[in-house]
Structure formats: C-alpha cells, structure tokens
Design a protein around this ligand. Structure first.
Ligand SMILES: [Zn+2]
Length: 215
C-alpha cells in the first residue's frame, strides 16, 4: 500500500530530523475511505516494518494489524473527526517543544517561515494524562484551525493535508519553540502580529503550495 510507504518514510524522517527519541511519538495518515493508518505502540521507529502498521476505522476500531495501535490513537481519531482539512498527523516529543510545554501558555511566532506553515501562534494545552480522551479533546481545542499545538508537559502535534506538510509543520513548531525559549530570556521580544501571521499563511498556502503541486 502506497500509504504504508509514506508512513514508514515519515518514521525515518522524524528520526533524521531529531524530532524523536526512543519509541515516543506517533504518526498517522487518513486514507481516502476515512480509515486511519497509524504506527504501533512501543516499537522503535527505525524497527517498524510495513506489517507492524495498524489500520483502524475512523472511530479507532482496529481493522487490520498484529500489534496494538499507538497509545495516542484517541488523539488522532479526534483530530481527524474535527478537521476535514487534515490527512496526516505527526506527534513527537521534540526537545524545545517539550521545554516550552512546561513554561508557556502559548508560543508567539517570531519569524515569517514559521508563520507561513503554522498559521497562528502555537497554543499550549492544559495538562491531561497521556492516552486519554481528555488529552485528545484538549489537543483539538489547542489546534483550532492551526497546523500545530504544544501538549502540556508532553510534546507537540503537527497536522496537515499531506505527510510532507505535516513533517514540515513539526519542524517549524520545534523551531518556533526553540526560538521563543531563547528569546523569552530577553526583556523585550517583538513577535509577529496575528493579522500578519494569517496573511503570510494564506499567501503561502495559495502560492507556494500551488507551485509545488504543479511540479
Ligand atoms: Zn506523546
């Protein structure tokens, strides 16, 4: 299945991008029929094979697979149910997003590339226990219509129409968190205004993505 290859490639890429360590984090794709293909629970990313991936229906019931789906399946199910524009989710415990998750209520955006990809300042959810529906609900609320959120005392989640874009959003979320963790130690930080973030995002979605899709 083409989607399995995309998901396995994404597992390798989040290792290469140093967004993940050990078995923590999870990646999923929504298929055309609404089913969800997700990484299994407890297997290191570089050891996951095609037959280890778990296929679930849109409600999270396992349709196919020998292993248990990721323990954050409820979060993936809830995000797909609430966001028709999202077909790929990358959840990692990247370092700076995790640090920001324990310090801030939100991460203002300081530079334009992050604004173009994320589409708004990044909200930090309130703390909820991992794997629960409460955490899933908080993440949906934290995302709103944006492409990333930070999960309190936990990590980050990036969402997009495609896996390529979701991986980019995960990198940009980590960059935004790293920049703000450092910048917030200075007395004055000039964050991008909300209206400019939205305008940069709209412009990026309309022009750059269209150009890329035409290639
Ligand atoms: Zn996690």
């Amino acid at each position: 299945m083409k989607e399995s290859i995309i998901l396995l490639d994404a597992c390798q890429e989040i290792i290469d991008l140093k967004l993940v360590a050990g078995t923590w984090g999870n990646v999923s794709l929504r298929l055309e029929n609404g089913n969800i293909l997700i990484t299994p629970s407890g297997i290191p990313y570089d050891a996951i094979k095609e037959e280890d991936l778990v296929l679930c229906d849109r409600y999270g019931n396992v349709v196919e697979g020998n292993l248990l789906p990721s323990s954050e399946l409820k979060m993936h199910v809830s995000i797909y149910a609430s966001r028709k524009d999202v077909n790929a989710i990358v959840h990692t415990h990247s370092l700076y997003a995790s640090i920001a998750s324990a310090i801030f209520d939100e991460v203002p955006l300081l530079v334009e590339d992050v604004a173009m990809v994320i589409g708004g300042r990044i909200k930090v959810t309130s703390y909820k226990y991992p794997g629960t529906q409460e955490l899933a609900d908080e993440v949906v609320k934290g995302l709103g219509d944006r492409m990333a959120a930070i999960i309190a005392n936990h990590g980050q989640v990036a969402v997009c129409p495609t896996m390529e874009d979701a991986l980019l959003a995960a990198q940009m979320c980590e960059k935004a968190a790293q920049m703000y963790v450092i910048a917030s130690q200075y007395p004055k930080v000039n964050a991008l205004p909300d209206e400019d973030i939205r305008s940069l995002y709209d412009k990026y979605v309309k022009s750059y993505k269209k150009l890329r899709d035409l290639k």
